[in-house]
Design a protein around this ligand. Structure first.
Ligand code: SF4
Length: 359
């Protein structure tokens, strides 16, 4: 198990004045990224996620509730918000929510100094792409900056076999092209690799990245599915993947955009195409984790693999003031997990599965 390095805690005061500190956990990690799930409904039933029976019950809060949570978290140092689900494009009023979120500005400068004139919050969205061809343009106009599309195959049969929705591939492909056309690019494609399901598509995905000018990110399969069928041998580990890609065409590693970036970046020797490898199982990146999550029913989760979640929405309903909620969030985030323990003795799967966490 690689030893993790943690950034050192910042100085607490400036010239003796206690100053508003940005959100950090007990390891000194600055928490700047929020994954906000706006629904746990989904119109796909992907084999590595929705493995249980179709549930009619789903949870969504009012737009104003998510906006209030976002404002409070931004005042504590959140700079990036990624909208997730379930499938966020199913959420009614999404374009309006994006418009309101896009007006919010960060509360800290990059060096951690509080500011009243911050940057616009970096707004992104992860979708299965089925409705993207219809919504890409209005979302872009409303202020959405970037989009990531979950695609686990680049040919119709395997795509339909994984999503269990016929004729879905063509819809998603036109959504990806529309997103690029309206300026939501470079479009990122997230592909969860499952041995025996779609690992035969690795070279086709490399070709797809080069042909469509999209960034293809391969993700190691994590134990987050409904029926707990994950096994270590279903994971296509980073080394094996890199060998396959190098055999396809020599890779050239690219520098990360930020220390907290989860993907290792590559292009090919001719500079065409970009590949990312997200390897939480074989090469964990928890040391620089900057993420927390709000589930669609308003629970705060400090890690994808948390065993518990905290009822932020419940405190709002019981009349918590913004100041009280800030103190509550600080307390919870300070206790954020050091890392996940996948594959270690005693590893426990998280209390929720992916569709109810929100990626
Ligand atoms: S497993 Fe938890 S700590 Fe590690 S990167 Fe993911 S969210 Fe962060």
């Amino acid at each position: 198990m690689a030893t993790l390095s943690f950034p050192r805690p910042q100085a607490a005061t400036l010239a003796g004045e206690p100053r508003q500190e940005r959100l950090r956990d007990r390891f000194g990690r600055a928490i700047t990224d929020l994954r906000l799930s706006v629904t746990d409904r989904c119109n796909y039933r992907c084999v590595y996620c929705r493995t249980g029976e179709e549930g009619a019950i789903y949870s969504e809060l009012a737009t104003e509730d998510y906006l209030r949570m976002a404002r409070i978290l931004i005042s504590l140092g959140i700079e990036k918000i990624r909208l997730t689900g379930g499938e966020p494009l199913l959420r009614s009023g999404l374009v309006e929510m994006v418009r309101e979120l896009a007006e919010l500005r960060t509360a800290f400068l990059p060096d951690g100094t509080p500011t009243a004139t911050g940057q616009p919050v970096d707004l992104a969205l992860t979708t299965n792409g089925h409705l993207l061809d219809l919504l890409a343009e209005p979302l872009k106009r409303a202020g959405l900056g970037r989009v990531t599309v979950s695609m686990d195959a680049v040919e119709p049969e395997t795509f339909a076999a994984i999503t269990r929705v016929p004729k879905s591939f063509e819809r998603v492909l036109s959504g990806v092209r529309k997103a690029a056309e309206v300026g939501l690019g470079p479009v990122k494609i997230n592909c969860v690799l499952l041995r025996g399901f779609n690992d035969h598509q690795i070279e086709a995905f490399a070709e797809f990245s080069r042909r469509e000018s999209v960034i293809v990110r391969f993700i190691e399969f994590m134990p987050l599915e409904e029926d707990r069928s994950w096994r270590p041998d279903t994971v296509v580990r980073m080394e094996e993947l890199i060998d396959r890609l190098n055999a396809f065409r020599p890779l050239v590693e690219l520098p990360p955009h930020a220390a907290s970036e989860t993907a290792r970046r590559y292009t090919f020797d001719d500079g065409l195409g970009e590949i990312g490898v997200i390897a939480p199982v074989s090469r964990p990146f928890c040391g620089h984790c900057s993420r927390i999550r709000i589930t669609s029913d308003g629970k705060l989760r400090t890690c994808l693999f948390s065993q518990s979640d905290y009822d932020l929405y419940g405190r709002m309903l019981r009349g918590g003031t913004d100041e009280e909620l800030r103190a509550y969030i600080r307390e919870i985030v300070f206790q954020k997990e050091e890392r996940h323990h996948i594959g270690e003795p005693g590893f426990e799967k998280p209390s929720r599965n992916m569709v109810h966490i929100g990626g």
